[in-house]
Design a protein around this ligand. Structure first.
Ligand SMILES: *Cc1c(COP(=O)(O)O)cnc(C)c1O
Length: 426
């Protein structure tokens, strides 16, 4: 791609962008009365304008039908778990019976570890990335303890090498091979939340299986961001969240993926609840848990219908835009941000910010993480005052996530112009 550092070029890119109309489907928060430069979809995606209408629809059902809404009306609540499947299956590269929207991410991490982390004999360890998101660390630690084991010697962390930011793929594979028959589970993110590094899920899964371990992924930063093929990659289990790139609202529903080879596997340990019980017999209220086929059989409870309505509104926009088109635009948009940031650094002796995310498109999603060498949080504050909404991660990283769904090339141009102005003060 031949980029140019001019507003005219940014406008031209926006005009040629087949997805540009989607920006208008979202509420863009304002700063100082102007549309913000919202690069925080990695933390909380923006609100689709149609979410209100989807919510109002369920409010009306409830208002007018009360409990009858469970089985009547045009969106009966008892089947609300199924509505998101077509869209999610494309986003995740999974079959519809391999996925179900439910709970929150951390809850699902526990549910999948209950089923897929089964320490037995010599095979007791779990391999994960060093510097994982805290909830993942706590979940893993507590699961290991739950089995009466010590996390100190049962959790193997693969970290970046001294002086590097990213984890080398060969180091992950080497650790998996090294610990071989001691590993019960390999648990990695699809994308590292801090650095934006995409992991090679396909070959991590292959290596894990070769070692005889189960392989799971936390897709919090990958879902709705990069192209995935969970089924073809043969991944055992995965979870994600819907409030980051999937724009479904603060704290909204997560989901669980379980490969179809476990669809009717009643030998796997699992924590059960009535919503995972055979749908046709559920209301007979009988003893003896008979799980539904596939991921649905992992459901515990009554679905949160209002939350799912917001999820569905957001997913309908993914259906319209298409995940492949989104990814295609994303590569260009993030490439433009990278180009503009490099240009900013070219004009000074000592760069104030350094991109720590990979420069290879296939090793990143839309996020670029910037290591701030000078000015720290003060500098970030000035960018916020100038209209940027992004996030700051201690000790000194700014994460910028131009999302292909609602961000424009003009946003990128505006941000880098703002940075140029702010950096002069440091
Ligand atoms: C965002 C995120 C979470 C958040 O967990 P919740 O259960 O949704 O609060 C967990 N893990 C990772 C890697 C994340 O990026």
């Amino acid at each position: 791609m031949n980029y140019e550092a001019t507003l005219e070029f940014a406008h031209k890119m926006d005009r040629e962008d087949a997805l540009s109309r989607f920006r208008d489907e979202y509420h863009i928060p304002k700063v100082n009365g102007q549309p913000s430069i919202y690069f925080c979809g990695n933390s909380l995606g923006l609100q689709p304008k149609r979410t209100q209408e989807y919510l109002e629809h369920e409010m009306k059902q409830w208002r007018e039908m009360g409990v009858e809404g469970h089985f009547e009306g045009d969106t009966p609540w008892y089947e609300s778990h199924a509505r998101s499947k077509p869209a999610l299956s494309k986003i995740l590269g999974a079959k519809e019976h391999e996925i179900v929207a439910m709970n929150n991410l951390t809850t699902n991490l526990h549910l999948m570890m209950v089923s897929f982390y089964k320490p037995e004999g010599k095979r007791t360890k779990i391999i994960m990335e060093g510097g994982a998101f805290p909830s993942d660390m706590y979940a893993v630690e507590s699961q290991v303890k739950f089995h009466g084991l010590n996390p100190e010697n049962h959790v193997i962390e693969v970290s970046p090498r001294e002086g590097e930011y990213l984890i080398r793929h060969e180091d992950i594979i080497e650790q998996i091979e090294k610990h071989g028959d001691e590993i019960a589970m390999v648990l990695f993110p699809g994308i590292q939340y801090y650095t934006g590094q995409v992991f090679d899920m396909k070959s991590i899964t292959e290596a894990g299986h070769k070692a005889g371990a189960k392989v799971g992924f936390d897709l919090a930063h990958a879902a709705g961001n990069i192209i995935m093929k969970l089924h073809d990659w043969d991944v055992d289990c995965a979870t994600w969240c819907s409030y980051k790139y999937m724009n479904s609202g603060p704290g909204n529903v997560s989901g669980l993926y379980v490969h179809e080879r476990y669809a009717d596997d009643n030998e796997l340990p699992r924590f059960a609840g009535w919503w995972g019980h055979d749908q046709d017999e559920r209301f007979q209220m009988l003893k003896g848990f008979k799980p539904m086929h596939g991921a649905d059989g992992w459901q515990l409870a009554n679905q949160n219908v209002l939350a799912l309505a917001a999820h569905q509104a957001a997913l309908s926009l993914f259906e319209e835009a298409g995940i492949k088109n989104l990814r295609e635009k994303s590569v260009k948009l993030t490439g433009y941000l990278e180009f503009m940031l490099n240009g900013l650094n070219d004009s000074v002796d000592e760069p104030i910010v350094e991109i720590i995310t990979s420069s290879k498109p296939e090793e990143r999603g839309c996020q670029l993480s910037l290591f701030v060498h000078k000015g720290g949080k003060e500098l970030f504050k000035k960018l916020q005052e100038g209209g940027l909404i992004a996030d700051w991660r201690e000790p000194n990283v700014i994460r910028l996530a131009p999302t292909p769904m609602y961000n424009s090339f003009e946003d990128v141009y505006r941000l880098v112009t703002l940075m140029e102005k702010v950096f002069k003060q440091f």
